[in-house]
Design a protein around this ligand. Structure first.
Ligand code: FEO
Length: 383
């Protein structure tokens, strides 16, 4: 597949994977992208692929090279979904040289027992490399998503190779709207590192970019402003829309009844919401939703003097990703000693700019008093 006049796609689709990074469901599979830049008298390969697909990737490369030999392998990111093929590549192409950051070479030594000290070019922020007719500039992107990460700007064709940045769940042979699966990917995997992504976006804003070439998901070539604007919102923890994420756990259905009452009241007020039963939903989707919307309701039971395990896990996912700048309400249920509000507020103590919209306390089942507290929460959410 040709991406531009000189850039070919070498990547693979993975439909066999059960959980990406051993935790994220990927119903539409996953792509591991890799590219070849053909600069005429020199060529460079941009990253490798996951270990289960190295042989397929080497075949793709051989076919794109059409009898030639590659001069360079650029390694943007050492996570094994992109780096697993380095050793096989270096064995097959004995004259090739690896280009990467100093940190990445340290990781190569850890992963492969060698950093190919005789066959390497160490690059840092601002360095350039001529690959035939193409001049590449390297940009440091630490913690997007590991510390060694670099991105590469091809000044000749004005395209940006963004490593995990602008990646998306889903294989390339499946149709799929970008925003939802890119958000779930970003919030799950890179969400903690917003300030570092902001820093990269700032550097990228100085470049004229015609295409974004990530290591997962489609090449982006139309309406780049849309994708960059979403990345700006996600990495600055700015809500995408004024709506509500309702996340709940319920053991015997009484907390669910309270959530249903809240839903009815929100519907009547014309407030948009999305609800997740945390025991039965994709946790990553529920987490991503809280970062999309401006308001969150956490409804849960007291459990062993704490909160129900799925809610504890959910709040931990939020806080470890720096959940902030949001309005939050709590519905707590406890038959003899409701603890959820106390536990949740303490778990979110360090979360910045959280505006608490109130708590409804249910003692076992809804009654007049708790129903009226839910009405008050619905009022606050509608403002
Ligand atoms: Fe797709 Fe951080 O690896």
């Amino acid at each position: 597949m040709d991406i531009t006049k000189d850039i070919r796609y070498l990547g693979v689709n993975d439909h066999k994977i059960d959980l990406f990074e051993s935790q994220y469901i990927v119903p539409d599979g996953m792509s591991y992208n890799s590219y070849l830049i053909d600069g005429g008298d020199k060529t460079i390969v941009m990253d490798t692929v996951d270990g289960r697909f190295v042989s397929e990737w080497l075949d793709n490369l051989a076919s794109a090279l059409n009898g030639r030999k590659p001069d360079y392998l650029m390694v943007h990111h050492m996570e094994p979904d992109h780096s697993a093929g380095i050793y096989a590549f270096m064995e097959k192409y004995q004259d090739a040289v690896i280009v990467s950051s100093a940190k990445a070479f340290q990781m190569m030594k850890n992963f492969f027992g060698t950093d190919w000290s005789e066959r390497r070019v160490v690059v840092k922020e601002g360095d350039t490399l001529s690959v035939g007719s193409h001049v590449l500039t390297f940009v440091a992107a630490p913690m997007v998503h590991w510390p060694e990460v670099m991105v590469t700007y091809d000044t000749t064709e004005k395209v940006l190779f963004t490593a995990d940045g602008f990646g998306k769940f889903g294989a390339l042979d499946r149709e799929g709207e970008w925003d939802d699966e890119a958000r779930r990917y970003y919030i799950g995997i890179v969400g903690k590192y917003g300030p570092m992504v902001q820093c990269l976006l700032k550097k990228a804003s100085k470049l004229e970019i015609t295409k974004i070439l990530p290591l997962h998901g489609p090449v982006l070539s139309q309406d780049l402003g849309h994708y960059i604007s979403l990345y700006d919102k996600w990495s600055s923890y700015t809500p995408e829309e004024d709506s509500v994420t309702i996340a709940y756990t319920s053991v015997y259905g009484h907390t669910r009844e309270a959530v249903k009452l809240l839903e009815e009241k929100l519907k009547a007020k014309g407030v948009k919401f999305t609800t997740f039963d945390l025991a039965r939903s994709d946790m990553a989707q529920a987490v991503a939703s809280a970062f999309k919307t401006s308001k969150t309701v956490l409804a849960t039971t007291t459990y062993n003097g704490d909160i129900f395990p799925y809610m504890r896990e959910y709040v931990e996912h939020l806080t470890e990703r720096n959940f902030q700048k949001r309005k939050v309400a709590i519905i707590e249920n406890g038959s003899w000693g409701p603890m959820a509000a106390k536990v949740i507020t303490s778990m979110m103590e360090k979360s910045k700019e959280i505006e608490w919209l109130g708590t409804a306390t249910i003692l076992s089942a809804l009654n007049e008093s708790s129903s009226s507290q839910i009405e008050e929460i619905a009022d606050a959410l509608s403002k």
